[in-house]
Design a protein around this ligand. Sequence first.
Ligand code: AHG
Ligand code: MN
Ligand code: MN
Length: 355
Amino acid sequence: MVNTIKGDSIIHNDVDYSGKIVTIERFILEEQRAHPTATGTLTSILYDIALAAKIIASKTTKAGLVEILGSTGRKNVQGERVQKLDEFADSVIYRLNDHTGRLAVMASEEHPDILPIPERYPVGKYVLLYDPLDGSSNIDYNVSIGTIFAIYRRKTQDGPGTLEDCLQKGDDLVAAGYIIYGSSTMFVYSTGVGVHGFTLDRSVGEFFLSHPDIRIPAKAKYYSVNQGYEHYWSEGVRRYTEWLQGKNGSGKKLSLRYIGSLVADFHRNLLAGGVFYYPADRKDPKLPHGKLRLAYEAAPLAFLAEHAGGAASDGRQRILDIQPTQLHQRTPLFIGNSDLVAKAEEFIREYDQAE
Ligand code: AHG
Ligand code: MN
Ligand code: MN
């Protein structure tokens, strides 16, 4: 299946979408038709996630009005304060998916262990890993936040899904995506044939195709990193950042944009061109590999980056090649334009001793 955009005509999987009004449901269904062996189960999981997104979006737009702001007062397995919207989003995604018979197991940033399918419900052949609300420290300040999801086929044959089913390489992803709750609510996903964006029209409660076949622009505009932690970085990352800033005659002229919501920072770079990085740093000896989690942050976004013509690395290897050993394991992340990700690896190879 080739995606081609000739002039203003948008052909995807041999269907001409130019000028048409296409809902996410119709687009996913037409994508399914391009996979003859598809049973429709993956299609239904993507529908359910789109529904979860609408429900979560309905809360994020009223966060200042309904009693959903602020913290629950509890901390999650990551030791981070759990915001009420974290908990709400987590519960919506779980309860929409626990009884459908499509999943063998789930795992969420908000729970230390895997989330089994309740015994009273049938198990299916897919695995759903998710960050229910990304960037949650920004909720109370009305800054864009998001949801990230990763979908695998189960590896075990039958019975309840296991931790092994959740610890798969990103290369084995069958679908991944995110929802960004910002000035508009967008659903961006890929099943490995292009990356496609849909915008929610709240008045009719539908996601409409708005960004078919997203390709990261060849010319990058931004670099995104928390410069507040500069003094914790390695020599290689410090020199890389100076290179991006055009120091020492690198010729680069990138603007710094850092929102502190991975989904928002990634989304902007995906559409405008740029590189986001959260490097290993020494600010917290308990977190030698940086803050971001492999399973439900780095790997799904790496899948999207690659299917949009970009790249994602931990500074030394391709994110999608990493075999997870723990559910919430962290990884340094460099993601965006391929040439900028490759340059990061070059500086780290030259200036930072291998671990
Ligand atoms: P989450 O809210 O799911 O814990 O994710 C927050 C992450 C990510 O969204 C963002 O890129 C990063 O935290 C920002 O971290 P710093 O505040 O340390 O820059
Ligand atoms: Mn997150
Ligand atoms: Mn989160």
